[in-house]
Design a protein around this ligand. Structure first.
Ligand code: NAD
Length: 421
C-alpha cells in the first residue's frame, strides 16, 4: 500500500484533529508539511508527523509558493480564508480536503467547482456527518426500503446553549460578515444529510429565524461588560465565562486557548479579562441568529423541515415513509439508550443501537470516519464536487429567504449565481 502524503493548511482545532487521526494510520498517511502563522500550532502537527523531514511554513502562501510537496492538502483555515488557498492548491497540483463551509459566497463555490473539474483534481468537503455510524445506519435503513418512500423529514439541530454562546455569540462565527450566515456555518451539514437521505433534488426553500435571546436589550441593567468585572449575576448566570476555568473547561477551552492543558484557573481568568470569550453574552457584537427554521420541497413532492436552535442539545431526525417511520438521534439516545427506532405500519417495531464508540469525537464519530475513508476516496474516484455544492446552495438560499422574506426557487437561484460567477 502506497502512503498518501498530506499537508495541513490551518493548524487550529480542525487541522489538529485531522492530523492526529491521520498520524494514527501510518500505513496509509504520511504528514509532510504544515502552514500556520502560529509556530506552536504548526509545530504540534510536526510532532505528530514522525517525519524528520517535516516542513513548517508561517502561512498558506509560503507553503503554496513551493513546488508541490504532498499528494493532497487539508485546508482548515477559517471560513473567510478557504477560497484563496484552495485555488492556489488546486493550481499547484494538490487534491484537496476542504473544511466546510466551502466559501463565504456561492460565486466562489461555483468557481472552485469549475476549477477542480477543469484541472481534474479531487476536491472533497469535510461533511463529517456522512461518515458517522449513526447517519450511515439511517441511510442503510432508508435504502433498505424498510419505511418505503420518504414523504417527509423533520430534523432538529440543537446547537446547545453554551455552544451557541461559545461559537455564535462570543466566538469565531458570531458575525456573518466575518464568517458565514449561521444556517450555512452550522447547517450545511444538515441540508446535505437531508438531501442525501431523500435522494432527490431540492426544488425550493422558505426560511424564518432571528437573533432573539442573545441581544443587548436582554442584559440585566447592572451586568458589566465582562463576567470578570464582578457581575452580580455570576452565580445564577448559565453563561458566566468564569466557568471556562472550571466545569466548562472541557471541552470548550481547548478550542480557543492554546495553553488549555497547562493553564491554572487564575491564568484562565486573567485571559478572560481581555479575551472575546470573557464578554457578557448580552453585550457582544454578534449578529447571527439563535434560531432558524427551513422548509424544503423536493422533486416528487417530498418535504423536509429543519429547526436549528440554540435551545436544544444535539441532532435528531424523524423520517416519515409510505411504509413506516424512523426516529433517531440525540434525544432518543439520551432518554431510551436506543439510537434509532423504526415503526413499520405492518410488523414489529425495531430498535437499533449503533455500537461503535464515538467518545471524544464532537461529530458523533464523523471525524474518525472521514479520515478513515479519505485514503480510498483520494486514491480512488472520490465524490464529484457537484454533490457537495447542492447543500450549500440550499443553505445560502435559506438565508436569502429568511432575510428577503420570500420562497426561493433553487434552479433560478443557482442559475443567477452561475451567471454571476
Ligand atoms: N466539518 C465540521 O464539522 C467543522 C466543525 C467546526 C469547524 N469547521 C470549520 O473548520 C474551519 C476551521 O475551524 P477551526 O475551529 O479549526 O478554526 P481555528 O481558528 O481553530 O483554526 C484556523 C487556523 O488557521 C490559521 N491561519 C490563519 N491564517 C492562516 C494563513 N494565512 N495560513 C495558514 N493558516 C492560517 C490560524 O492561525 C488557525 O490556527 C472553519 O472553516 C470552520 O467553520 C468545520
Amino acid at each position: 500500500m502506497k502512503q498518501l502524503t498530506l499537508s495541513i493548511i490551518g493548524c487550529g482545532n480542525r487541522g489538529t484533529i485531522y492530523a492526529t487521526l491521520a498520524s494514527q494510520s501510518p500505513e496509509r498517511y504520511k504528514l509532510i508539511a504544515a502552514a500556520d502563522p502560529s509556530p506552536a500550532r504548526a509545530d504540534r502537527i510536526r510532532q505528530l508527523s514522525n517525519n524528520s523531514d517535516f516542513k513548517v511554513f508561517p502561512s498558506a502562501d509560503d507553503f503554496l509558493a513551493e513546488n508541490q510537496l504532498s499528494d493532497m492538502v487539508i485546508i482548515s483555515t477559517q471560513d473567510q480564508y478557504h477560497y484563496d488557498p484552495c485555488v492556489k492548491a488546486l493550481e499547484k497540483g494538490y487534491d484537496v480536503l476542504l473544511e466546510k463551509p466551502i466559501a463565504p459566497s456561492l460565486e466562489e463555490i461555483v468557481d472552485l467547482q469549475r476549477l477542480a473539474e477543469r484541472l481534474g483534481r479531487k476536491l472533497q468537503v469535510c461533511y463529517v456527518l456522512r461518515y458517522t455510524p449513526f447517519y450511515r445506519k439511517v441511510k442503510e435503513l432508508v435504502d433498505s426500503d424498510i419505511i418505503g418512500d420518504i414523504i417527509s423529514i423533520n430534523a432538529n439541530e440543537g446547537v446547545l446553549p453554551w455552544h451557541q454562546a461559545h461559537s455564535f455569540v462570543r466566538g469565531k462565527w458570531r458575525r456573518a460578515d466575518q464568517s458565514t450566515p449561521m444556517i450555512v456555518a452550522k447547517c450545511c451539514h444538515d441540508t446535505d444529510i437531508i438531501q442525501w437521505l431523500i435522494g432527490r433534488k431540492c426544488r425550493s426553500v422558505s426560511s424564518y429565524g432571528a437573533l432573539t435571546y442573545f441581544v443587548n436589550t436582554n442584559a440585566p441593567k447592572d451586568a458589566p461588560e465582562r463576567c470578570t468585572d464582578g457581575c452580580p449575576h455570576a452565580d445564577s448566570c448559565h453563561y458566566n465565562a468564569v466557568r471556562y476555568a472550571s466545569d466548562m473547561r472541557e471541552p470548550w477551552l481547548e478550542l480557543v486557548y492554546d495553553n488549555h492543558d497547562t493553564a491554572s484557573a487564575e491564568e484562565i481568568v486573567e485571559w478572560l479579562k481581555t479575551s472575546d470569550f470573557g464578554r457578557c453574552v448580552f453585550r457582544c457584537d454578534n449578529d447571527v441568529v439563535d434560531h432558524q427554521v427551513v422548509g424544503m420541497e423536493f422533486e416528487g413532492d417530498a418535504t423536509a423541515n429543519l429547526t436549528m436552535t440554540a435551545f436544544e442539545t444535539g441532532r435528531s431526525i424523524e423520517i416519515f415513509g409510505t411504509q413506516g417511520c424512523l426516529k433517531g438521534g440525540f434525544f432518543l439516545k439520551k432518554n431510551t439508550g436506543k439510537d434509532i427506532i423504526v415503526t413499520p405500519w405492518d410488523g414489529p417495531v425495531r430498535e437499533y443501537v449503533v455500537s461503535e464508540d464515538t467518545t471524544g469525537d464532537h461529530h458523533m464519530g464523523g471525524d474518525k470516519g472521514i479520515i478513515g475513508a479519505l485514503y480510498d476516496e483520494m486514491t480512488g474516484d472520490g465524490y464529484p464536487v457537484s454533490s457537495y455544492i447542492q447543500s450549500h446552495i440550499m443553505a445560502y438560499a435559506a438565508e436569502e429567504s429568511r432575510t428577503g422574506g420570500r420562497k426561493i426557487d433553487l434552479d433560478e437561484f443557482a442559475e443567477a449565481i452561475a451567471e454571476r460567477s
